[in-house]
Write a protein that binds this ligand. Structure first.
Ligand code: SF4
Length: 63
């Protein structure tokens, strides 16, 4: 799967990081970094939880 984030929508609240810290990280510069753009299937449930939890609907997953 491929992680796509619309950074214009992201407001760096780190909700996705709480759901999937292996994939998303908001750093001290207040920007979101994608740690793994092509995470393994083992992380799918966490990634989907992050997609659902993102309050600005900024995250998309492509297969
Ligand atoms: S949950 Fe959404 S708005 Fe918040 S940091 Fe992640 S991508 Fe950005």
């Amino acid at each position: 799967m491929k992680i796509l984030v619309d950074f214009d929508k992201c407001n760096s609240n780190a909700v996705c990081q709480a759901a999937a810290p292996e994939v998303f990280e908001v750093r001290e510069d207040n920007f979101l970094y994608i740690l793994d753009e092509n995470p393994s299937e083992a992380l799918r449930a966490k990634v989907e939880a992050a997609v659902r939890a993102c309050p600005t609907h900024a995250i998309r997953v492509e297969d």
